[in-house]
Ligand binder design. Structure first.
Ligand SMILES: NC(=O)c1ccc[n+]([C@@H]2O[C@H](COP(=O)([O-])OP(=O)(O)OC[C@H]3O[C@@H](n4cnc5c(N)ncnc54)[C@H](OP(=O)(O)O)[C@@H]3O)[C@@H](O)[C@H]2O)c1
Length: 214
């Protein structure tokens, strides 16, 4: 498959690229900073420069692909305005671009616990922005999967996770999130599904298979 990833220089995305390439996929990686292109080329990714917040229609950089992945985010240092502009509107632009380019498969990195927003005003804006995007995806006719991790850590992946419709708060490594994304991309049973994701005790494939048949 050819996969377009928005946020290709992000921390999860960088862990995801080698996993997808190993499975034989090719990657179009959307980045806004041209200085990141060299690193991505080294990883085997085809970098495409586009600032999603500065464009109304991102269908041209998204291009022809079999699937898209939203791995971007305004990031921890940003204010509420960028949560709306990137975490919500950026992801919704990707929905529109996928439809326009006839790309059906959409993997979304969302977040768990969005039903009960907590924290300060900026964090609440982030959670609301993510919740609105998830709702837009549910209402689209795309073949979506919404992956909702807990707090992300940079520890090495353990390869063992916990998946559920609604889990208690917890954390998961970015590497394990990347592994889950690489697996669900190819699982037809994951289409139209969403799940909370934490570190846990079940091997990734088994946890996914058990959850997706339930
Ligand atoms: N942190 C947590 O605990 C947590 C928990 C659950 C879910 N999540 C979600 O997990 C996802 C991935 O997390 P992560 O830590 O891998 O993210 P990250 O390292 O912060 O990467 C985000 C990427 O988005 C890119 N980006 C930002 N604005 C952009 C724009 N206007 N146009 C194009 N690209 C843009 C950034 O590029 P630049 O380098 O140019 O800024 C960066 O590479 C995010 O959606 C996040 O909300 C996070």
């Amino acid at each position: 498959m050819t996969i377009t990833i928005v946020g290709a220089s992000g921390q999860i995305a960088r862990l995801l690229h080698p996993k997808l390439i190993e499975k034989g996929h090719s990657i179009r990686g959307i980045i806004r900073n041209p200085e990141q292109a060299k690193d991505l080329i080294k990883l085997g990714v085809n970098p495409i420069i586009a600032d999603v917040e500065q464009m109304d229609d991102i269908s041209e950089p998204i291009g022809n692909a079999d699937a898209v992945i939203f791995a971007a985010g305004a990031g921890p240092g940003s204010g509420a305005a960028r949560k709306w502009a990137m975490d919500r509107d950026g992801a919704i632009k990707l929905i529109e671009a996928a439809k326009k380019n006839r790309i059906k498969r959409y993997l979304m990195i969302s977040a768990m616990g969005l039903e009960t927003p907590r924290g300060n005003e900026v964090f609440q804006a982030y959670q609301q922005a993510k919740a609105e995007t998830d709702e837009a995806l549910r209402n689209s006719d795309l073949d979506y999967t919404i992956v909702k991790p807990g707090r992300l850590t940079n520890d090495p992946g353990a390869g063992k996770i916990s998946i559920g419709k609604s889990l208690d708060r917890g954390e998961i490594t970015r590497e394990d999130v990347a592994s889950v994304l690489a697996e669900v991309l190819e699982m037809p049973k994951a289409i139209g599904k969403e799940f909370d994701l934490l570190s846990g005790s079940q091997p990734i494939q088994k946890a996914l298979e058990d959850f997706l048949v339930s």
